[in-house]
Design a protein around this ligand. Sequence first.
Ligand code: ZN
Length: 283
Amino acid sequence: MKIAALSDYMHDANVLLVRCGSVGSMVALHLASAGVRHLTLVDKDNVESSNLRRHLATSHHVGQSKVSAVAEQLTSRFGRLRVSTEHFCVLSDPARLRQLIVDAAICLVAVDAEGPKYLIDRTAFYLAKPVVYASVYGGGSGVEIILQWQAQDTPCYGCSANAVGRSGVEIEPAEESSSYAVPSDDGSHLAWRDADLTGIMPAATLAASLTRSILEHQGGNPEPVRAFTGDGANMWQLFTQPSGYLPTWRLEPRLVVPLTDCPQCAASLTQQTRTSGNNAYPS
Ligand SMILES: [Zn+2]
């Protein structure tokens, strides 16, 4: 039996991770444990005690920046890991963000708000850097992973978000909360449910696996990424029952058709794709 070795490329590549919240910190842990040895972490926030239940940080880190907390936790586990920390808001300094994307092999985005995603998407698109977006919703019952990879002619983030019913940028950022309102068991009312790691760990696993496969591709091995994109998919959704005691996940790959009037996608798509694209999305 032939045992494949981790590529040197994956060991050396710089992975940019924007946002070190619950999903971001778990993605960082996954990547470091998989052999990624250079992470650049971006986050504007500090650790609060309410974060600890579903975050890599400990009570020792409360009040410190999330990037330094995650860096400390990871480097104490993985001796060969280099972590660069960037404590700032990407919306406040697009030039700094752009340079970080230039310096990275891939950008992984675990941001809730839509605004930073559009900024990152546009910046990375024209730099031809792949971007993986990871998010959890529905009280942890849903996971969404989106790939924007200009070199592979995927649609942009905006077209992908539009395909699942989101369009444009919300002016007011979503309030950060450690709880969700989810339907009660009989569906008659909403009930508050503490956010836990239910959706966070699958989201982190999926996002980290996709990221690793892209690094393998960049290192010369296109096979792993085909498991994700072989059917043309650029979005992967995971679903489970919010109140299920036995979590059973259903994975649905999704092929997003770019909007015909999207200037960003039109800049790179082939004529054939452009003329066949329309606003009707496969379900
Ligand atoms: Zn587009």
